[in-house]
Design a protein around this ligand. Structure first.
Ligand code: ADP
Ligand code: MG
Length: 307
């Protein structure tokens, strides 16, 4: 759809690869270039071309895995889809491989094969997104607006994974840098700024329940003195994945009850942990909407924790 969708898939792949450092670089809002560099597990040379085929994934080893997907991806659709609409190159090196393999595709065709020297990890570069699809390209907004969407994706993942160091560079200027300390407050400081973080309170509630097991709610929520005119400050992470959830929005807002004026909304960065089998990630292809199998319990736990 747009550069941010590409950026999201590449960042998710980097996280699934176990990266501790991820840098995202954009030029012209991503239409000219999106580059994601990670220090994750890399792809062995003999599997690199396979990774760009449709429905190939290294993230499922058995049918049962589908019931408890712990990775962000598992459909094997991102790389082939991106390759179909842009010029793509990859440099990737697993730790145990002496060299990095290099491949480049244009219009879906493999045009270059080689080896490079590079640190372990993967660098994926997407150039000229939608160059051959003028209608798609026309639908893109201004570079600033597309870059803002990408920045939102990176910000969400920076908050989802405080243990990972994220850097975002837009047209050569670093606009976001998180320390990767593993402490949510540190990531929040980088993403939301000191003024906002000073008005957030910690939430930390973990409870064992009979049926589905553990529901944990950990994060930061605003004091009633800080509110916004929209719900853009409400961010939820379910098992490390940024999600949009009406249920979680309602649970948080219920907790504030009359403490906020009508039309005002709190800021919240909440990590909710549930057993993987309690979450159905198959509802939406981009997987930002999820279906929960124990909605009432989650609602009550979140509301109680925030209150
Ligand atoms: P999925 O993430 O659903 O498996 P993708 O098309 O995003 O599908 O990626 C295909 C495969 O390529 C992944 O399963 C993984 O094995 C490999 N891959 C992609 N990006 C990376 C990366 N940054 N580091 C290591 N392996 C990667
Ligand atoms: Mg993926």
């Amino acid at each position: 759809e747009r550069p941010a969708a590409v950026g999201k898939e590449l960042v998710e792949d980097a996280l699934d690869a176990g990266a501790r450092t991820i840098s995202v670089e954009l030029r012209a809002g991503g239409a000219q270039l999106i580059r994601v560099t990670d220090d994750g597990c890399g792809i062995p040379e003999e599997e690199i071309e396979l990774a760009f085929e449709r429905h190939t994934t290294s993230k499922l080893t058995s049918f049962d895995d589908l019931e408890r997907v712990a990775t962000l991806g598992f459909r094997g659709e991102a790389l082939p889809s991106i390759r179909a609409v842009a010029e793509v190159s990859i440099i990737s090196r697993p730790l145990t491989q002496e060299f990095a393999a290099y491949r480049r595709w244009e219009r879906g065709e493999l045009v270059e094969r080689g080896r490079r020297s590079a640190a372990p990890g993967t660098q994926l570069t997407v150039r000229q997104l939608f160059a051959d699809l003028p209608a798609r390209r026309q639908q893109l907004r201004s570079p600033a607006s597309e870059a803002a969407h990408c920045a939102q994706v990176v910000s969400h993942y920076a908050l989802a994974r405080p243990e990972v160091r994220f850097t975002l560079t837009v047209d050569g200027r670093t606009t976001l840098r998180t320390p990767g300390s593993g402490v949510l407050d540190d990531a929040a400081l980088a993403v939301l700024g000191r003024g906002v973080v000073a008005q957030l309170l910690p939430v930390d509630s973990r409870q064992l329940d009979g049926g589905e097991g553990l529901v944990a709610v950990v994060g930061l929520v605003s004091r009633p003195s800080l509110s916004r005119a929209n719900r853009g400050g409400l961010m939820f992470f379910l098992n490390g994945r940024w999600v949009q959830s009406r249920l979680l929005v309602q649970a948080v807002e219920a907790a504030y009850h009359t403490r906020l004026m009508v039309g005002r909304h709190p800021v919240a960065v909440l990590h909710v942990a549930l057993p993987p089998q309690a979450v159905d990630v198959n509802v939406h292809p981009a997987k930002t909407e999820v279906r929960l199998r124990c909605e009432g319990e989650v609602f009550r736990t979140v509301e109680r924790a925030v209150r």
